[in-house]
Ligand binder design. Structure first.
Ligand SMILES: Nc1ncnc2c1ncn2[C@@H]1O[C@H](COP(=O)(O)OP(=O)(O)O)[C@@H](O)[C@H]1O
Ligand SMILES: CC(C)(COP(=O)(O)O)[C@@H](O)C(=O)NCCC(=O)O
Ligand SMILES: [K+]
Length: 279
């Protein structure tokens, strides 16, 4: 079995993948602050022959996790942001400082779709762009839904936005505090993503397919106006592409990859942008 780990600021996600069949056998998540307890929080390491890790947690958390795993597992691969990988050149002035989850997600999107806009809706919402040809432009970081909610300190912290609620419902004025906060932060997040996408496509003169991942991807997706797809395993797919271990991975197939959404025309994107500026 292969153990894949995606350690974020809120949740540490894991999944077990069969090295022979490439099937995902099980998956789960634990709060990042907690200590790892193999066998209860995460699967028993006895069945694991290789581990792949993407981590944006504090360095100490990563070091501890890696040293625990190295004692038990033959191969431990830790992803790092690099100046160039898989045909993509990192747009950061200091490439190593780009969050490795962003780098993994962006590499996976580029493998799948060529030029792309990759959006990760987790503790932070990050929006990254790669042009056809592989130039990563850099991106945007804004607080995630939960962080925005916490920053208001209005006692709404534990009320998550229902991922099944309709966008129209979430975009209207709230008539209770919890609702006003939920609708306010939802509006902030989706307007930002919609606007960022249009601005960058306009500047670069190219419409790009958009892919979304992260704990809040489903709910954010409802408020995104342009064609896009949700890819829950996008960060894991970056690990597969960087450290291919199974036959399917070596052949370039990434688990759970959605159909690539065809973007609308540049003219339509520009018309939308012009319209929002007139208002
Ligand atoms: N069951 C859940 N538990 C915790 N957070 C959740 C849950 N469902 C949705 N979320 C949202 O997902 C976010 C965490 O998403 P995730 O992509 O795992 O973030 P990170 O990678 O930063 O840890 C939280 O900030 C919260 O808004
Ligand atoms: C921006 C992030 C905090 C997002 O983390 P997440 O929400 O996935 O936990 C993470 O990618 C990070 O720590 N990045 C380093 C700074 C940067 O990317 O510029
Ligand atoms: K994120």
């Amino acid at each position: 079995m292969i153990l894949d780990l995606d350690i974020g600021n809120t949740l540490s996600k894991w999944r077990l993948k069969d090295a022979d069949s490439s099937e995902i056998r099980s998956r789960g998540a634990v709060w990042t602050r907690e200590e790892w307890r193999p066998g209860s929080d995460i699967p028993d390491l006895d069945v694991v022959e290789a581990v792949r890790i993407s981590s944006v947690a504090r360095r100490a958390v990563l070091e501890e996790t890696v040293s625990l795993l190295r004692r038990r597992v033959g191969a431990v691969h830790v992803a790092r942001s690099a100046p160039e990988a898989l045909g993509v050149t990192n747009g950061y002035e200091e490439p190593g400082r780009l969050g490795v989850d962003r780098w993994m997600g962006t590499l996976a999107c580029y493998q799948l779709a060529g030029g792309c806009c990759s959006v990760d809706c987790g503790s932070a919402i990050t929006v990254d762009f790669v042009l056809p040809g592989g130039r990563h432009l850099g991106g945007y970081i804004l607080p995630g839904l939960r962080l925005m909610k916490e920053s208001l300190k209005l006692g709404t912290r534990n009320v998550a936005i229902d991922p099944d609620s309709e966008a129209e419902e979430l975009l209207g004025p709230g008539t209770r505090t919890v609702e006003a906060v939920n609708h306010g932060i939802y509006m902030a997040a989706v307007s930002a993503v919609n606007r960022i996408y249009s601005e960058v496509c306009d500047r670069e003169g190219v419409p790009l397919p958009m892919l979304l991942t992260g704990g809040d991807a489903r709910v954010i997706s409802r408020g995104i106006q342009v064609p896009h797809a949700v890819w829950p395993d996008m960060v894991y797919a970056g690990l597969e592409a960087c450290f291919p271990l199974t036959a399917a991975e070596r052949a370039g197939r990434m688990s759970g990859a959605p159909r690539v959404p065809s973007p609308v025309s540049l003219e339509k994107i520009r018309a939308g942008l012009a319209f929002s500026m007139l208002l």
